[in-house]
Design a protein around this ligand. Structure first.
Ligand code: HEM
Length: 148
């Protein structure tokens, strides 16, 4: 496992790059849902938004999440990187689990728009757009400040 420690700065850099791409998509997709609520079903705008939502989820959000987990998992497996007697990493992983759950909801809501069966108002998507923001702030503070 020596190579993990030898390369851990590169692995951490790739982890942070993956996380930035994941968060960019998680913060943008709910915004597309806000616009989609005002687009007439079957209309040109709605069909274009369906393409944008599919590409954002499939080409950016999903691969970025997988690589955040891959490089995060390699960091977790690197001896000496995480002090498991402290509480911050447990709290971080709990927030990451919540972020992954929210990812699942975004994917399900996309299928509702795809089938023109979304019933939630734009105000709902404006409100939930704050969820990844709050989780991201909590995760970054935990991993950088390590408060407990
Ligand atoms: C997907 C599951 C994840 C795992 C298993 C994971 C695991 C880790 C580990 C073990 C470290 C090294 C900690 C250290 O060097 O003290 C780390 C660093 C980091 N993680 Fe994650 N992480 C995950 C997701 C995330 C997410 C979603 C974010 C942000 C929203 C994030 C932000 C960071 C940052 C900014 C660092 C660098 C900290 C530093 O340079 O001190 N991670 N991660």
């Amino acid at each position: 496992m020596g190579w993990l420690f030898e390369w851990h700065e590169w692995i951490e850099a790739l982890h942070v790059i993956s996380v930035i791409a994941w968060m960019a998509g998680m913060l943008y997709l709910p915004r597309l849902y806000v616009y989609h609520c005002d687009a007439a079903a079957g209309g040109e705008a709605s069909e274009m938004l369906k393409v944008m939502e599919r590409r954002l989820l499939r080409a950016i959000i999903n691969p970025a999440m997988l690589s955040a987990f891959l490089f995060g998992g390699l960091l977790l497996s690197t001896p000496g990187i995480v002090d498991w007697t402290a509480g911050w990493m447990y709290a971080k992983l709990a927030l990451v689990l919540a972020m992954t759950g929210f990812h699942g909801f975004l994917s399900r809501w996309r299928k509702d728009f795809l089938a023109d069966r979304n019933e939630k108002p734009a105000a709902f998507y404006r409100r939930v757009n704050e969820v990844p923001t709050v989780l991201m702030i909590g995760i970054v503070v935990l991993v950088i400040v390590k408060p407990f």
